[in-house]
Design a protein around this ligand. Sequence first.
Ligand SMILES: Cc1cc2nc3c(=O)[nH]c(=O)nc-3n(C[C@H](O)[C@H](O)[C@H](O)COP(=O)(O)OP(=O)(O)OC[C@H]3O[C@@H](n4cnc5c(N)ncnc54)[C@H](O)[C@@H]3O)c2cc1C
Length: 403
Amino acid sequence: MYDVLIVGGGPVGACAAALLARGTGGPGLSVALLEPKPPAPLAAGAALEARVVAVSRASERTLISAGAWPGILGPRLCAYERMRIWHESVSPTSAAALVFDAADVGEPNLGYIVENRLLQTALLEAFTRSGGHIEPAQLLRLRIGEAAVEVETTHGTFSARLIIGADGAQSAVREAAGLAAQVGTYGQTAIVATVATARSHEMTAWQRFMKAGTLAFLPLADGTSSIVWSADEELAPGLMAASDADFALELDRASDLALGATRLVSPRQSLPLRRLRAPRYVARRVALIGDAAHVVHPLAGQGVNLGLLDAAALADLVLAASAGGEDPGALGVLRRYERWRKSEVALMSAAIDGFDRFLAHGTGPLARLAQQGLSWVNNAPELRRLFIRRALGMSGELPRAAR
Ligand SMILES: Cc1cc2nc3c(=O)[nH]c(=O)nc-3n(C[C@H](O)[C@H](O)[C@H](O)COP(=O)(O)OP(=O)(O)OC[C@H]3O[C@@H](n4cnc5c(N)ncnc54)[C@H](O)[C@@H]3O)c2cc1C
């Protein structure tokens, strides 16, 4: 019988597990984690992987609180100092391109580009170092009782006072607990790859909004860049089928040669993009975090960042409830988590969908207004600083681990 059982050891589940097992400012809880596919650690000197995420300052602080930062910090990590965002109707270097610079808010950088696998393994290691138990099992069934939840898995049966569903967009916990999900499509496929570029990335994340999607170049530590090309569904199959040389030519056209000519240095991966929103994040003794509760478009690089803050917020409330002698699985405790995070996530999802609808795909007066907005924000230092603080994740009510 555990205090908490977490289903899913992706970055979000592993972070919740490490925070709960360590305790923030008090003793930790007894925590087990189910992860059927734990990642193999990266060999020292291995080539950088194409699947990366941009983590914000709030996420960096959460990862420090979880004890995972020393495992991430090192030569594979790349800090990015600015973002350059432009619409296809203007050139990347024109005054109409929006530039967010960390120096504008007195920060050394806007965040870091981290490989997914490095993030996940560092968090899982931090969890086991804090005395947590990882079971390489898959959830089969849940039975929610008065005092505990019984969890049937491929490796036996466990029980816990609280189950956290961190098992991604296809969450089995969400379904077993009878929690609904509203799923929609963006009509786009993300193509991810690592590319070498003729010009330096200048520690900058570059993003171009186009009628047929968005294209981002995220800077990597070895001077290459990871691209995320969210291409309309009609365009994506052709881009995936093209030879490496033809794909690079298409990429040069789509990037307007912002970083000069490109060359592929990894295979391409394609991921269909969906949006997902669970109207309820909690039920008695069950809470959903990360992609199990919400999936957003990758254009703003916020999926993991939102999920890590879910993990930190839930850990705050559950640890406080436990320290006060309350049942950590009580619906009252979990509803506080839902109220806190649902409103923050709704705000961010609406902004992201607005960018996709008006900046990337839009036509007509509203789209023109949004495109014009990029240069207005660029010319309004106070407004620009406000957006930078949002991008750093340092706005809204922050959980203790992220402060
Ligand atoms: C192209 C692309 C680029 C992105 N870029 C960024 C970015 O720059 N910044 C950012 O913040 N976010 C980004 N994201 C979003 C980010 O990748 C996701 O939000 C993040 O991976 C969600 O983490 P998670 O731990 O909630 O879920 P997942 O990563 O999906 O992990 C779920 C885990 O649960 C396990 N699991 C599944 N089913 C079961 C079961 N039945 N029993 C037990 N375990 C189970 C799985 O094995 C998996 O390990 C991007 C997404 C895409 C597609």
